[in-house]
Design a protein. Structure first.
Length: 221
């Protein structure tokens, strides 16, 4: 069996992932220090992606499938992060306020778009960064809806907001790295990668996200 070139990174990633999932946030925020509140909201941001944010996971996996190389992936994730950070902050400060009835179906449609693009194009286009940035702004409004439901502690607004956002980013990076070490590292150079992995995976993502789109438009909770 071929020995992995990244044993330390995999070990650290596994430890970090499991510690996040099994950590238990303390909800009596009034008694917590600044550091503790930061830790609580970082965990909440992380677990909003892993394991609870299936729509965001599929969006990130859609980005991964077309180009599983780490450098272009990190550029795309960075654009997505900057965008959702902007709208998350603006929404939490009540600068913008868009109904979830609009935001949630558009999030699902953004996943459909990325999946379909994977099917119809073979190369990563330069303008995809701009598209991802735009979609990131929409996803940020979705994150804001969740964070508003959770609430932010008085006097720790900025700390909690930043920590939640960092947790979201760490969750996204974890998804990318898990996908890379499970699939990209071994199969990205195979001649059959597109036919056997990209297209079937993207079709599955598109079908799931299309179902979510219909559900969120016609049968909202």
């Amino acid at each position: 069996m071929k020995k992995s070139k990244y044993p330390f990174l995999i070990t650290c990633l596994t430890f970090f992932f499991t510690s996040m999932i099994y950590a238990h946030p303390i909800h009596d925020l009034a008694k917590l220090s600044t550091v503790d509140i930061g830790w609580v909201y970082l965990q909440l941001g992380f677990t909003h992606i892993l394991p609870f944010g299936l729509d965001h996971i599929l969006f990130v996996l859609g980005l991964f499938l077309l180009s599983p190389k780490l450098k272009p992936l990190l550029w795309q994730i960075s654009a997505f992060t900057i965008a959702h950070s902007i709208t998350l902050s603006l929404s939490m400060f009540n600068v913008i306020n868009i109904s979830p009835a609009i935001v949630e179906p558009v999030i699902a449609l953004s996943i459909v778009f990325i999946a379909v693009e994977n099917i119809v194009t073979k190369d990563l286009k330069p303008w995809r960064i701009a598209i991802i940035f735009l979609f990131g702004m929409i996803h940020g409004l979705g994150f804001a809806g969740v964070l508003k439901e959770l609430g932010l502690p008085p006097g720790q607004f900025v700390n909690a907001l930043i920590s939640f956002n960092v947790g979201v980013e760490l969750g996204q990076i974890t998804v990318v790295l898990l996908a890379y070490f499970a699939v990209g590292l071994w199969f990205k150079s195979k001649v059959w990668y597109r036919d056997r992995i990209v297209i079937p995976g993207s079709v599955m993502i598109a079908v799931i996200a299309s179902y979510w789109t219909i559900q969120r438009i016609f049968f909202p909770e």
